[in-house]
Design a protein around this ligand. Structure first.
Ligand SMILES: *[C@@H]1O[C@H](CO)[C@@H](O)[C@H](O)[C@H]1NC(C)=O
Ligand SMILES: *[C@@H]1O[C@H](CO)[C@@H](O)[C@H](O)[C@H]1NC(C)=O
Ligand SMILES: *[C@@H]1O[C@H](CO)[C@@H](O)[C@H](O)[C@H]1NC(C)=O
Ligand SMILES: *[C@@H]1O[C@H](CO)[C@@H](O)[C@H](O)[C@H]1NC(C)=O
Ligand SMILES: *[C@@H]1O[C@H](CO)[C@@H](O)[C@H](O)[C@H]1NC(C)=O
Ligand SMILES: *[C@@H]1O[C@H](CO)[C@@H](O)[C@H](O)[C@H]1NC(C)=O
Ligand SMILES: *[C@@H]1O[C@H](CO)[C@@H](O)[C@H](O)[C@H]1NC(C)=O
Ligand SMILES: *[C@@H]1O[C@H](CO)[C@@H](O)[C@H](O)[C@H]1NC(C)=O
Ligand SMILES: *[C@@H]1O[C@H](CO)[C@@H](O)[C@H](O)[C@H]1NC(C)=O
Ligand SMILES: *[C@@H]1O[C@H](CO)[C@@H](O)[C@H](O)[C@H]1NC(C)=O
Ligand SMILES: *[C@@H]1O[C@H](CO)[C@@H](O)[C@H](O)[C@H]1NC(C)=O
Ligand SMILES: *[C@@H]1O[C@H](CO)[C@@H](O)[C@H](O)[C@H]1NC(C)=O
Length: 797
């Protein structure tokens, strides 16, 4: 957490002191005022209830509705109840892999794993199941899902909490997650808005002598903002998300939580967002300025997280003062209060059925942060409310569905009748440092804990597991084979495999890569001497299967080793980790995961490094600039533009069967494109101009299972506008549809895609609108971004 005070804009400071700072050469944000009011579009009844309640509130009560405080509830964030008016208050809790500050909840697969399933239904089910656990614990708001970081940096520390560097895939996953969470009666909070692509210096720092150094500034041009980083948030708003969380970083020099261009302009204006903007914890840097710029709720409330006994806040009493002294119009405060209350009524959270906060939660919080409940005079902890239901089934299924089979030679997998199996590596066995990583010393390093399987990453997005099934445990339960194992990577790297006799029929090597909020990764390879581990095992074992547990992109310098006969990227599977991977290894589940990112052959092929200023310059705020100069060319868009062959491309994944698709696909024009621009929007609609979502073409194809076992294919639709009149910087092709279908051997299944106006447009910065270019679009269907099997050219305009 960071402590901040308000400072003058860098430009002003540099003019005063006559020095030229780096900030002057970088983008700046324009001011967009006033903050658009909500009309509760899509939530009419709830809006009317909110409006009625707000009309009965005092200024102080309205200020309290938008200001967090340190309640004794155990929630990460609290809005105080107003019992006399029947408002029960709000409890905001960390997600998104599960409710973090609670006992007897589940730890679900990470967002990255969810994305790797490419399964909209499973992603919805995950959202609904997680949401039901939050509700069960009395949490009104789940802080998730994550649409940013998108994954500009391969080594971004929080990429695993979100979905994919592809905005379309992330957008679909955001929408499915939000529908699931809110169908469970819990408010989703889409985060982090926006440009929070690196953890390094994300929030600024305080130097030893008390000088504030400002956070990294993500300097993003307008087109890149629309076509990459804002895209998934448009889907989130369209799906009716209750809340959006502004991020720690600056955008074009201005802190996100007081950046009127992004909050008033893009989010509430262009995207028509009707809910409330909540600050990330301590990401607020001003009162009236932030409020007029579009911030609606300040969390956790007090200015300094470091001093929970202080109630000093930019909001709270300062809001009352500001309204009374005329610097803040009361209308704006009313709008903030309506924005906060509308989702609460819409989701029926005012009902007496809505559970109270589980009284055990405060004990979990106190212990997590190192306080003794007894020393605070609290009675012994009550029993925790168990909210896990039968979610372990879904977790196991999704953990397996998010495994991507990358290599499978010599018919190594699925395993069959092997009677002698070797297991190696420190992600194979039981965890040895506890079931909850956040708060342990190991979680605060770049590599996490050494011994034991890695089921999810660290930071506020981690989970408090009640158990974690390790791969070794699951294998011993599944198989009657003799299982020999060495789990200590240092020992394996020393080369001493003399305990292993006879040589196993197959050796399974489990590697891991730690990733956590607060840190960016520093290495592309898996952690803990992974290269030496693989080489030492393959030297002995010609049939070696490598399985990675990782929060993102890894290079695999051992991939072409002929003794590495199979590779599986198992991502962060959640608490059923071992069962999920064993289901895939034995073919009980046919692997159907696909890479939601690109794996480069070597790190120099693709690396947009995080900005890490060192030395005396690091103390200069203006030095922390991240120019998104690559524009749209991140992940596969970069490899395609530069014609670089990756090791494994975006969308790739093998199966135990094979698939085909008919050629060419059938393409039907649904609506004539009469204008390059959408019809001017006359009403506010969540998601932006409704005409952007008008279906233009319908694409149909048949996918067939050409192999011998049942499986699930992921048919992907890519759109190329490169033969149309598009501006420079347009990607070769972009994902614009995907469907996962289960198919029996010899059968085929019809799949269809609806291509909307937005899917076929680029963002015209002059017109400030989405534009369909003149010329042809190439629509291609296939099984990865580089395995395109069937295509059709259509005339756009
Ligand atoms: C950032 O500055 C660039 C260049 O002026 C501009 O295109 C973009 O719209 C700005 N974005 C924000 C959020 O200020
Ligand atoms: C604090 O330290 C910074 C960096 O060393 C320096 O530039 C600044 O002048 C110092 N401020 C004070 C008040 O000493
Ligand atoms: C902070 O505010 C809470 C709730 O309004 C109140 O109970 C508490 O006494 C206050 N603490 C301080 C130190 O003022
Ligand atoms: C009002 O905000 C200022 C910072 O601008 C802070 O120092 C002060 O403590 C706040 N007042 C209250 C009552 O929270
Ligand atoms: C009004 O009150 C706000 C909040 O305390 C304060 O920041 C601002 O300076 C005050 N303005 C005037 C004109 O007194
Ligand atoms: C497994 O069975 C197949 C044929 O069913 C046989 O060819 C192979 O040698 C067996 N492998 C082991 C390790 O027993
Ligand atoms: C085992 O790993 C070590 C590095 O730790 C390396 O020096 C040695 O050559 C490796 N042995 C084999 C057989 O690859
Ligand atoms: C940034 O630099 C610091 C200090 O040299 C180092 O400890 C840290 O690992 C670096 N972070 C990254 C992401 O490279
Ligand atoms: C592969 O295994 C064979 C047989 O055990 C061994 O001779 C060879 O050195 C191994 N190759 C590598 C690259 O480890
Ligand atoms: C796997 O296949 C390759 C190529 O056919 C062969 O060289 C190698 O010996 C095989 N390995 C095993 C374990 O069968
Ligand atoms: C598109 O325009 C053509 C020619 O004007 C017309 O024949 C066709 O019916 C229109 N299609 C749709 C879907 O409106
Ligand atoms: C963008 O829109 C403007 C009109 O606002 C137009 O002049 C320009 O040609 C458009 N750009 C492209 C690449 O079509």
């Amino acid at each position: 957490m960071v402590v901040m005070t308000i400072r003058g804009p860098p430009l002003l400071v540099s003019l005063l002191f006559g020095i030229v700072t780096a900030a002057e050469t970088h983008f700046t944000s324009p001011e967009v005022l006033p903050s658009p009011e909500t009309h509760g579009v899509g939530w009419t009844d709830a809006y009317n209830k909110a409006d009625d309640l707000v009309s009965r509130l005092t200024i102080e009560q309205k200020a309290s509705l938008v200001t967090g405080y340190y309640g004794a509830s155990g929630c990460n964030g609290n809005i105080a109840p107003i019992p006399s008016l029947g408002f029960g208050g709000l409890c905001l809790q960390d997600g998104p892999v599960g409710i973090r500050l609670a006992d007897l909840g589940s730890t679900f697969p990470a967002g990255l794993t969810a994305a790797a399933t490419w399964d909209k239904d499973l992603i919805y089910d995950r959202g609904k199941a997680v949401g039901s656990e939050f509700r069960g614990k009395g949490a009104n708001v789940m802080l998730g899902p994550v649409g940013g970081p998108l994954g500009r940096h391969s080594l971004g520390g929080r990429n695993w909490e979100g979905f994919s560097p592809d905005p379309y895939l992330t957008g679909v996953a955001m929408a499915s997650s939000i529908k699931g969470i809110q169908d469970a009666g819990v408010q989703a909070s889409a985060k982090h808005f926006i440009g929070n692509e690196q953890e390094t210096m994300r929030g600024g720092s305080l130097t030893a002598n008390g000088t504030v150094v400002d956070a990294i500034s993500s300097n993003i041009d307008d087109r890149t903002m629309h076509e990459l980083y804002l895209w998934p948030f448009a889907d989130a708003v369209k799906s009716g998300v209750s809340s959006v969380m502004c991020s720690y970083n600056r955008v074009n020099q201005t802190y996100s939580c007081e950046n009127s261009k992004i909050l008033n302009g893009l989010l509430k204006g262009e995207l028509g967002f009707q809910g409330y903007v909540v600050s990330d914890w301590s990401a607020t840097h001003s009162g009236v300025k932030a409020i007029t710029s579009g911030l609606d709720m300040n969390m956790p409330g007090p200015i300094s997280d470091a001093d929970p006994t202080s109630n000093s806040t930019y909001f709270g009493q300062n809001i009352t003062l500001a309204v009374n002294n005329g610097s803040l119009p009361e209308d704006r405060l009313d709008d903030m209060a309506r924005r906060v209350l509308t989702p609460y009524f819409f989701l029926g959270q005012d009902s007496t059925d809505f559970p109270t906060v589980d009284p055990s939660t405060i004990y979990v919080l106190l212990q997590t942060y190192g306080y003794s409940a007894a020393s605070l005079g609290l009675p012994p902890a009550p029993a925790s409310r168990d909210v896990r239901q039968d979610h372990k089934k879904l977790i196991r299924e999704m953990g397996a569905a998010g495994v991507v089979l990358l290599k499978n030679t010599n018919g190594t997998l699925p395993l069959r009748n092997q009677t002698n199996i070797g297991v190696f590596g420190n992600s194979a066995g039981d965890v040895t440092d506890g079931l909850y990583y956040e708060g342990t010393k190991a979680s605060r390093t770049g590599f996490g804990f050494q011994q034991g399987t890695l089921s999810v990453g660290g930071g506020s997005g981690t989970g408090r597991s009640t158990y974690i099934i390790s791969p070794l445990q699951a294998l011993l339960e599944r198989s009657d084979a003799r299982v020999q194992y060495i789990l200590d990577n240092e020992f394996i790297a020393s080369g001493d495999l003399s305990s292993i006799y006879p040589t196993p029929d197959v050796c399974l090597v489990f590697l891991k890569t730690w990733a956590s909020e607060g840190y960016d990764r520093t290495s592309f390879e898996n952690d803990w001497d992974s290269m030496a581990v693989v080489n030492n095992v393959t030297a002995k074992c010609p049939n070696t299967v490598v399985i990675t547990h990782s929060g993102g992109v890894n290079t695999m310098p051992w991939a072409s080793n002929p003794n590495v006969t199979a590779i599986l990227a198992a991502h962060y599977p959640g608490q059923e980790s071992g069962n999920s991977i064993v289901d895939v290894l034995y073919g009980d589940v046919n692997p159907s995961g696909r890479l939601p990112y690109t794996i480069p052959a070597k790190e120099s092929d693709y690396d947009i490094p995080v900005v890490n200023v060192t030395g005396p310059e690091a103390l200069d705020s203006s030095a922390w600039q991240s120019d998104f100069a690559e524009g749209l060319f991140i992940d596969y868009r970069y490899f395609d533009a530069k014609n670089i062959t990756p090791l494994f491309e975006f969308g790739f994944g093998l199966s135990y069967t094979t698939y085909g698709v008919n050629e060419p696909p059938s393409v039907k024009s649904v609506n004539n494109i009469s204008s390059p621009f959408p019809l001017p929007s006359t009403t506010v609609a969540p998601g932006g101009n409704p005409d952007l979502y008008t279906e233009m073409f319908n694409v149909k194809a048949n996918v067939s299972n050409t192999g011998a076992v049942p499986g699930a294919a992921v048919l992907q639709l890519y759109v190329s506008l490169k033969d149309a009149a598009v501006p420079e910087g347009t990607p070769v092709r972009v994902l614009r549809g995907f469907e996962k279908v289960h198919i029996e051997p010899g059968d085929s299944v019809a799949v269809q895609f609806q291509l909307t106006r937005r899917d076929l447009s680029f963002w015209n910065t002059t017109a400030q609108d989405w534009q369909i270019p003149t010329g042809d679009a190439l629509l291609s269907l296939g099984f990865s971004s580089r395995d395109l099997r069937s295509s059709s050219k259509v005339r756009l305009l």
